[in-house]
Ligand binder design. Structure first.
Ligand code: PGA
Length: 255
């Protein structure tokens, strides 16, 4: 995962925090404040209801991401959203298996795997979230959990040369806590993830078509402690992406 070939990526996971009008306002503001940013890729991930309007006002520099996708094609699946509709809205990245979905919606490793397949089938880039809970960490299970989550998500994947997968390491106990994990620990886990990838895919594919990023209480002050490193090529940002000044500083810190 050498950080040289591609720009660092910063994904703004707005979760369900903003209304449609608030999302539009924030996207407009970032389109202005980040107009000159060209050394990092910024991805805005609003809720489904705000995707179309955010796309209209966000300008051409930033990319659009969705926070979820269903694994079936359009059909009788009440309340779900298809990859083809998301693609039509201009979505490029799809968050899959975020810990909040694993916890509240009981999203399983199997669901993460089929969603990943679906995203790739539509040439959308999956951003697969993996991470341990505090209890799992205390029990010394961290690497076991990460290994299981990554292996299960990717076991059926065959990547075309133009496709890419992002793995986001997000320690569950750190999300929203205001305290990011020690960067050394994030890098250690990135190494664990890279080793799993090397067991599943040829090294050239791992180097060119996978990125590993970190998420969990990243802010404008500590983002540079994480990225770029030999193994981490981006960040997934929640809380610090909700206010234009803080997110602008965070992006500029890497630019
Ligand atoms: P946080 O959220 O930055 O607020 O910790 C990150 C995430 O959940 O993706």
């Amino acid at each position: 995962m050498s950080p040289i070939k591609i720009k660092p990526i910063i994904l703004a996971n707005w979760k369900m925090n903003l209304s449609v009008s608030q999302s539009i306002k924030l996207a407009k503001s970032l389109a202005k404040s980040l107009a000159k940013v060209d050394k990092v890729e910024v991805v805005l991930m609003p809720s489904f209801s705000a995707l179309a309007s955010v796309k209209k006002v966000m300008g051409k520099k930033m990319s659009l991401g969705a926070q979820n996708v269903f694994w079936k094609e359009p059909g009788a699946f009440t309340g779900e959203e298809s990859a083809s509709s998301l693609k039509e809205l201009g979505v490029r990245y799809i968050l899959i298996g975020h810990s909040e979905r694993r916890a509240y919606l009981k999203e399983s490793d199997e669901m993460v795997a089929v969603k990943t397949l679906t995203a790739l089938a539509h040439n959308l880039t999956p951003v697969i979230c993996v991470g341990e809970t505090f209890t799992q960490r205390q029990q010394g299970q961290k690497d076991v959990i990460i290994t299981r989550q990554v292996e299960q998500a990717l076991k059926a994947i065959i990547l075309k040369p133009t496709q890419e997968i992002i793995i986001a390491y997000e320690p569950v106990w750190v999300i929203g806590s205001g305290h990011a994990v020690n960067p050394e620990e994030a890098n250690h886990t990135a190494r664990v993830i890279k080793n799993i990838l090397l067991k599943l895919f040829p090294p050239s594919q791992v180097n060119k078509q996978f990125r590993i990023i970190y998420g969990g209480s990243v802010n404008s002050h500590d983002v540079k402690d994480f990225v770029p490193s030999l193994l981490l090529s981006g960040v997934l940002v929640g809380g610090a992406s909700l206010k234009a000044p803080e997110f602008t500083s965070l992006v500029k810190a890497l630019n």
